[in-house]
Design a protein around this ligand. Sequence first.
Ligand code: SF4
Ligand SMILES: [Zn+2]
Ligand SMILES: [Zn+2]
Length: 334
Amino acid sequence: MKKCKFCLQPAVILIPLNQMPLCKIHFISYIHDRVKKTIQQYNLITADDKVLVALSGGKDSQTLLTILHDIYNKDIQIEALYINVGVDPRNYSRDSYKVAQDLCDRLEIPLNKIDIRDELEFDMDTVHKLGILQRGGKYRKKGGRFRGECSYCGLFKRYFINKFAVLNNFTKVATGHNLTDEATQLMGNFFNVDMELMSRAGPTTMTEVKGLVTRVKPLYFIYEQEIVMYAYYAKIHHLSTECEYATDSPSHNIKQSLLKIEGFRRGTMFYMVKKFQEKLKPTLFGTISEEKKAEKRCSECGMGTYMETCAFCRTKKRLQEQIETSTMLRHVDE
Ligand code: SF4
Ligand SMILES: [Zn+2]
Ligand SMILES: [Zn+2]
């Protein structure tokens, strides 16, 4: 077994980027230092910020909240928000909330909660049933193509997190996105040549639009594998069961391919994401029309958006119509 580079104790990990061997104590402080460096370099959080951490009970957000708590202690105002999306199979939502609540109790951080059913009158279990009907071809309707549970769920979560942050005067929303996820998303957007989405990728959304709170990603340069190890050695409890609606999406396959490349070309994800930020993003951002960058308010809900009616309001309306008119929905038996 290799020895820790700093103290010569047995190493517990080889850092993926540079194969540096570290013991448990030095690994934990190394991750802290890298997160701090990202925060400082990209000015993600400052002393007068009021930060809302989006907490899901998963390893990434549980790790993020713990590290931010350790870095800032009580120096800045931090609260957490859990969005109950209503995934009943295997008690996924109930258990993930419990895990999130336990961490907040331990760290003495206020935990807020939103149930999407209270806001939408349907939840992800309903959306899943709708998807079964549409995928089965029994329920076809103009404009009714089903985009996959995670696509709707992600949109709902982003919307309610932002709305809560706006209404409660938070200045930053922090999310647990890691390097592996970000590299995967960047590749996916590249394959679709989606220049607008690529131009918005980064550790911060840097939004000037009122009604859209700036989102920050302090774990932006930390590999998923490092987060798994960090959570293990720092004893951060998180939900290990997967949501039953997580399917084999195209992004899952892109991620597996990137992991393979990373296996024989160390640092691929890190350098791709880092160099994209430095070299390509400024150029791409310059290609986005002023019209698309201009501040707008959603004509339905009044939240900040880059369009006339925000994606949430359009999707909500469409799903509500489909659910109401789908008489077959109640006959679906899983
Ligand atoms: S796996 Fe998909 S549907 Fe399930 S909680 Fe996550 S985003 Fe939502
Ligand atoms: Zn050591
Ligand atoms: Zn809206």
